[in-house]
Design a protein around this ligand. Structure first.
Ligand code: CAO
Length: 421
């Protein structure tokens, strides 16, 4: 015989007044035991609340935006079966819920483990564990789904629309729009000598997947040039000596950030993102900087670089790269970039081809400066030359524009008085 049961919020640790960010049911829906009912979000994590019963939703008592705590009423279910014994609760709680005024009640089963907000280069997808699981079941890379929910959160509808759009795409001549390549064979390395297997770090796994996607989906071209930074270096050293007492290190990268913004202002197409058949022009100048950390590559973003001076940028750069290396970086620190600089200049190399950090359309790679003979006014003179490599999305930027952008960047770095223009 059918029985009405109240479902209450289970023990969710020390959290109180937690925001409801997703509600997965409506009155009349049939819910199976363990189906996700709600997603809650604290300042640190999101968590799913699964159903302890199978039944039909008769009353809803929560909606998106509500603040709830342990024992809050979520819904009333009409169940055909006996009440199962509630599963053990999470740490810190008793296994009885506050009294509720109907015949039967139970707290929802233990919440699924919370997930951290945050991640590495390009992993901006903001989605609850339930939605991530739903996407995984459909073989969808959640990182590619544009979120329409609050704060860009990916919803179930977004995932479904993404799948529909993918299915609606025309098939290529080879019978599919995916890459028609052989599977990588499985190698038995141990056959040839002693080996040791070590797992990839979480950051390597995430950034690797994003780099791979960007590499195969964006038609990259890289433009090379050189900037004469002899005068800039002389000024940088002078400035460095002045600020050394305050423990501020002025590296060439602070100048490059300013020079990049000057070039983005002169060539606004480099400060865009592709959005279907539109190009989004950004009026702000947030620049990402690739930081090499022991766990892998991270790209924190410096905000409003156009509004800051060299010294402030040098300080922020030191702070944000230390934060990345100390694993204190947040997802927010890595979002909203317009253009990225990847500087290997402190290490070495004459040039490289950086991979664009989508949805940006260009990236600057900086290699190590070196003294070179430069022909000037009828003679060779020693000048400090800085190699620049600009990779750009050829769907958005023409080769001529890329050559002009890179040459202008070199010109600004060669004569930093232009930064004042
Ligand atoms: N040419 C020559 N020397 C350079 C230089 C260049 N282009 N750029 C920096 N240097 C020098 C600096 O002046 C500094 O010298 P001193 O110690 O003698 O003053 C030294 O190299 C080290 O600089 P730094 O690394 O402390 O500072 P930075 O501002 O150049 O770079 C950061 C900061 C965070 C970008 C850098 O530490 C880093 O992580 N780089 C690696 C980025 C990366 O991995 N990119 C690849 C991404 S794709 O896989």
């Amino acid at each position: 015989m059918a029985e009405m049961k109240q479902v209450l919020v289970p023990d969710i640790g020390d959290y109180k007044g937690v925001s409801v960010i997703e509600v997965m049911f409506k009155v009349g829906d049939t819910i199976n035991e363990d189906d996700t009912l709600l997603t809650l979000e604290t300042d640190k994590a999101a968590m799913d609340i699964p159903s302890p019963y199978t039944g039909v939703v008769k009353e809803m008592h929560v909606e998106i935006g509500d603040k709830i705590s342990r024992g809050s009423l979520i819904l009333v279910l009409e169940c055909a079966e006996q009440i199962p014994t509630p599963a053990p609760l999470l740490k810190g709680g008793s296994d009885t819920a506050p009294a509720a005024p109907v015949a039967a009640q139970a707290v929802a089963a233990p919440v699924t483990p919370p997930f951290e907000k945050g991640g590495a280069v390009g992993i901006s997808a903001h989605a609850s564990p339930a939605i991530r699981r739903f996407a995984r079941e459909l073989g969808v890379d959640i990182g590619q789904v544009k979120g329409s929910g609050e704060k860009g959160r990916v919803t179930k509808d977004d995932v479904q629309l993404f799948v529909k759009a993918a299915l609606a795409q025309p098939r290529g001549a080879a019978g599919g729009n995916g890459l028609q390549v052989l599977d990588m064979p499985i190698f038995d390395f141990a056959k040839f000598g002693t080996i040791e297997s070590r797992p990839l770090s979480r950051i390597q796994k995430i950034s690797g997947a994003n780099l791979h996607r960007n590499w195969v989906t964006i038609p990259h071209v890289t433009q090379f040039d050189e900037a004469d930074i002899t005068d800039m270096e002389a000024f940088r050293k002078q400035l460095g000596a002045e600020y050394a007492k305050q423990n501020i290190k002025i590296t060439p990268l602070a100048f490059m950030l300013k020079a990049v913004v000057a070039a983005l202002q002169k060539f606004p197409k480099f400060n865009t993102s592709l959005d279907g058949e539109n190009l989004i022009y950004k009026q702000y100048f947030h620049i990402g900087v690739a930081v090499d950390t022991p766990d892998g590559l991270m790209v924190p973003v410096l905000r409003d670089v156009d509004k800051k001076g060299i010294v402030q940028l040098a300080q922020e750069l030191a702070e944000i790269s230390a934060k990345a290396r100390d694993k204190k970086i947040t997802a927010n620190d890595m979002q909203g970039g317009c253009f990225t600089i990847s500087s290997l200049g402190g290490i070495g190399g004459t040039a490289f081809t950086p991979i664009i950090n989508a949805p940006e359309v260009a990236i600057l790679g900086v290699s190590k400066s070196s003294m070179k003979p430069v022909y000037q006014d009828g003679q060779f003179v020693p000048r400090l030359m800085l190699p620049l490599s600009v990779s750009y999305d050829h769907r958005v930027i023409d080769g001529a524009a890329a050559a002009r952008f890179t040459a202008y960047l070199a010109q600004v770095l060669s004569d930093i008085r232009r930064l004042a223009l």
